[in-house]
Design a protein around this ligand. Structure first.
Ligand SMILES: Cc1ncc(COP(=O)(O)O)c(C=O)c1O
Length: 432
């Protein structure tokens, strides 16, 4: 069953006529069927046609044949159907019109100066970052900046980094690929155990102070102070992952740690939650001692992020469209979060939602005596629901106590939220 043309047009920010035309075209080609009163559905394609198409697809790309789950509660994705298509294309058009051709050659490895200036003023205002445009490096997402910093550290002979346990699995492998050894740093209800950092054991630590991934804790002021004290005593580097700070729903806004010591903190953030991860756009404010090493590496790989993307993002920031979009998305995700909390209270009151104050996900702490997170994920998969057990994010891959599921509520397209939550509610109610 497809969403109504009105709902899809609203999700995609398109004129309804455009969606009606697309449906009519797909219907004419036999992919959709429409019956008055019962909506539009995907057509049943004859088996022979489907098999022939399947064989072709299998030969071309075997991995792509797996059916995506009906509902994915991916913890790292925003609602991709909410990408601001017209704001982005408008910004690109306006930005290009104001761009002299002379600046479209090979550019500065830090990124275009207009984008770095727009980022500096945005970061200072919204996150309290001490942001000198000369120290900003625009990169291919937060992860790319993390890899660059790891390589810069490795090149100067620093080869150990502490990383929160649990954390983003991909970040661990990227850091390891850069040749760094990873020391797990436990996380408790006050955040990462920065009080355990010892001089000379590690050269750097990666922290997500505003909203730890995936536990959702805010780094306690004492732990912020321990992190800074360690960095000063050891001349160490704190890599601050500020990936979803704009999406905070309640409580005090948590300022960036970088403001406490810009000499020892590399501040990184991304467009992956506010716009889309496929853009591969992120930015770092790099401490002065590391900027040359990072730029040398940046210049020696692909030089810089594509100019057109930088031009569009700069214009989006300058015009205020970026912040308007973030405000709209914050309201949308907050509504989803409320729906989810009500659903949990009604259908699975024994499951405790944690880390709910910000971002696109919650941690569902499972009650003792119920199914494990792995069991629950298996049951979910049988219903074409994708869930992510917390153990995936632990360095040793083992379940913690209590066991949990990292549940993203951002990834569902808006038109699927009700159906997705209902399916989740049924699963939990029947499994607990
Ligand atoms: C904790 C955390 N940091 C950073 C990122 C963003 O990474 P990138 O900007 O490379 O897409 C993510 C995305 O899932 C994340 O979950």
């Amino acid at each position: 069953m497809l969403p109504s043309t009105r709902a899809l047009a609203s999700d995609l920010g398109l004129a309804r006529g455009t969606v009606v035309e697309a449906y009519a075209q797909l219907q004419a080609e036999g992919y959709l069927t429409a019956r008055r009163g019962s909506g539009t559905r995907v057509a049943k394609i004859p088996v022979s046609t489907r098999e022939a198409a399947g064989r072709l697809a299998a030969r071309a790309e075997p991995d792509r044949r797996a059916r995506p789950p009906r509902f994915s509660f991916h913890p790292g994705l925003p609602d991709l159907t909410a990408f601001p298509y017209s704001a982005w294309t408008g910004a690109l058009r306006r930005g290009l019109r104001g761009t002299p051709a002379s600046t479209l050659g090979y550019g500065d490895p830090r990124g275009r100066s207009d984008l770095r200036e727009a980022l500096a003023s945005y970061l200072a205002r919204v996150r309290g970052v001490v942001a000198d445009p000369e120290l900003i490096v625009v990169c291919g997402g937060f992860s790319h900046g993390l890899a660059l910093l790891s390589r810069a550290l490795q090149a100067r002979g620093d080869s150990r980094i502490a990383m929160e346990d649990p954390c983003v699995t991909m970040h661990r492998s990227m850091v390891a690929t850069a040749g760094m050894a990873v020391a797990p740093l436990p996380v408790d209800e006050l955040g990462a155990r920065t009080d355990l950092l010892a001089p000379r054991k590690v050269a750097a630590v990666l922290l997500a102070p505003a909203h730890q991934f995936p536990l959702g804790v805010v780094l306690h002021p004492d732990r912020r102070a321990s992190a800074i004290a360690w960095a000063r005593a050891a001349d160490g580097l704190i890599v601050e992952d500020d990936y979803d700070a704009e999406l905070r729903y309640d409580g005090q806004p948590v300022g960036a740690l970088q403001a406490l010591d810009p000499e020892h903190v590399a501040y990184g953030a991304t467009a992956s939650k506010t716009l889309a991860p496929g853009l591969r756009l992120g930015w770092f404010v790099v401490p002065p001692a590391l900027i040359d090493a990072v730029l040398e590496l940046r210049d020696a790989e692909d030089r810089h992020v594509p100019a057109t993307d930088q031009i569009a993002l700069a214009e989006l920031l300058r015009s205020g469209a970026y912040e308007r979009h973030v405000r709209r998305m914050r309201a949308r995700y907050r509504r989803r979060r409320e729906r989810l909390l009500v659903l949990l209270a009604e259908r699975a009151p024994e499951v405790r939602p944690l880390g709910i104050a910000a971002g696109l996900r919650v941690l569902l702490a499972l009650p003792p005596g119920g199914p494990s997170a792995d069991d629950l994920a298996r049951r979910a998969a049988a219903r074409s629901i994708e869930l992510f057990p917390l153990s995936q994010f632990h360095h040793d891959g083992e379940p913690s106590d209590p066991d949990g599921v990292v549940l993203g509520y951002g990834a569902l397209p808006e038109y699927d939220v009700e159906a997705g939550l209902a399916a989740l509610g049924d699963l939990l109610a029947e499994s607990m």
